[in-house]
Design a binder for this molecule. Structure first.
Ligand code: CTP
Ligand code: CA
Length: 228
């Protein structure tokens, strides 16, 4: 009932959210990944849905239930996430990249489990860079024309504001959101710094659920829908 009565500033908007980590296979039984519970991205997908949007969540491997009314596409690798997100973004109005994408993947994925050969020798892994999902989508014609509004996240360990502004420009996004404070992996609360071309807005410490609702309201305001 509360969701029914709530304002719907994103009614008619299609929102795509990436969330969680990616998993980059080394062989059939091993891989490398990033720390990410996916909680913030899932909370944003839920809040966007409750704000009236049609929401697609492109999720890496996480242990979270799909928010009600949200379409979910499960992926493993950065390349899978890239393909799904680029495809979905073609018909989206808002793209929100919260995923902790692995920046590199093993250059080769062995098709059989790599075995110890008894000599004590260790495998040498070479890496290649993964595609940048956010940068590619933000530099697409749709985004550049203003038809698609892109939001990035940043995990920074120092110089939060300066790094966030630099990342915003480098990624080509109008809005970049930085996590404030110590690592928030798996936690249920957080604080956010919103960086856009007008400066900085702080969303003080709160649950990820509340922060997601506030962030969705900030995004809705920026794309022209008022949160009543
Ligand atoms: N991102 C992405 N695809 C990648 C890497 C990052 O879509 N291959 C997105 C993340 O989802 C996030 C934003 O880009 O929204 C910033 O990610 P971050 O890891 O902070 O930035 P990087 O550009 O990867 O730079 P670095 O990790 O070196 O700070
Ligand atoms: Ca990165």
């Amino acid at each position: 009932l509360i969701a029914f009565l709530a304002p719907k500033p994103l009614l008619g908007q299609r929102v795509v959210v990436t969330a969680g980590p990616t998993f980059e296979a080394i062989d059939p039984v091993r891989g490398i990944t990033n720390h990410s519970s996916g909680k913030m991205g899932f909370a944003i997908a839920r809040a966007a849905r409750e704000a009236g949007a049609e929401v697609t969540l492109v999720a890496g491997p996480v242990h979270l239930p799909t928010p009600r009314g949200v379409q979910r596409i499960d992926v493993q690798s950065a390349r899978d996430m890239h393909a799904a997100a680029v495809d979905e973004a073609l018909s989206a109005d808002i793209f929100i990249a919260t995923a902790a994408v692995a920046d590199w993947r093993p250059a080769q994925e062995a098709d059989q489990k790599i075995k110890k050969d008894g000599s004590g020798e260790v495998p040498q892994l070479a890496f290649v860079e993964n595609p940048d999902i956010l940068a590619d989508i933000a530099h697409s014609a749709r985004a550049q024309s203003g038809a698609l509004y892109c939001v990035g996240f940043a995990a920074e360990s120092e110089n939060l504001e300066a790094n966030a502004q630099a990342k915003r420009v480098r990624k080509g996004v109008p809005l970049l959101v930085a996590n404030i404070g110590p690592a928030t992996f798996g936690k249920d609360d957080n604080a956010l710094l919103l960086v856009d071309d007008e400066g900085v807005t702080e969303l003080p410490h709160a649950s990820k659920r509340v922060l997601a609702q506030q962030l969705v309201a900030e995004i809705a305001r920026r794309v022209g829908g008022e949160m009543a």
